[in-house]
Design a protein. Sequence first.
Length: 314
Amino acid sequence: MLDVKRLQVLLRVVETGSVSAAADELFYTPSAVSQQLRKLEEEVGQPLLRRRSRGMVPTDAGHVLAGHARTILHQMDAAMADLAQLASVGGGSLNLGTFPTLGGSFLPLVISRFRSQYPAIKLHVTSSRLDGLLELLARGELGLSLLWEYEWNPLDPKKFDLLPVFEEPTVLLVGAEHALAQRGEVSMADLGAEQWIVRAHNHPVGEVLQRSANAAGFSPRISFQANDYQEAQAMVSVGLGIALAPLSAVVIKHPGVQVLRLGDSAPSRRVLLAQRHDRVRAPAEVAFQSLLLRVAEEWERDFVSSADAELGHA
């Protein structure tokens, strides 16, 4: 049977490319790392690493074993997190993940009601981008997490248990003085001549714009890259360009901005609640999920539907 600590040593050497760097991260001496690697190679009966001028590189066998080691170590982290969660059930705790647009709109409504109904449960919330949330879920550092998907990048139901929460439309933001401001709905096909404001750092709304524009027969001209939706709205309000956003991103609307429907010319975003398939469900998680779905029904009815009906009106 392979030694887990030696698998950890191999993985750190493969990922850092250096015995000394791996030793620093693991608080080992370089000679101790080398010794563990030699023993692991004896166990598997073939070389796992080759020395190069700039460090160590894995052999084919090393690549394969490092991949399995990564999975095994993630599962061990998750197991320890599950045990810690069970140990804390008496006090009640929940580690929840979210992403910024829901953290600034829908989720506070859920948290407010949850804390009112379950004041003894400690709630820890982490906000991150999608890749970060998926990693934290896999490692067991989050029990539940809100995630999102579009039709072209669906989440993998084999990796996580995915529960639909609600679906929200993509809307168009224009300045209050824009020629389109008084129209309740427009099509992407009407917007080929416009300048666009997008989110910076390869934000997903940039891909939404690119795909929607391409489907409408044009390539969007970018005038500004915003760091958040409030900055995007501010730039829209002064006429620097127009922008796309999921509806939840404009819960707090800039007074100089009008929000217009795009119908089916822009894709909607699906919001889901995710957890690991093998996770031992704690009572706090069961209670939170039940409450979240009830609030989501109200949100879709009272905010998404009513907001959609009012779009385009001052």
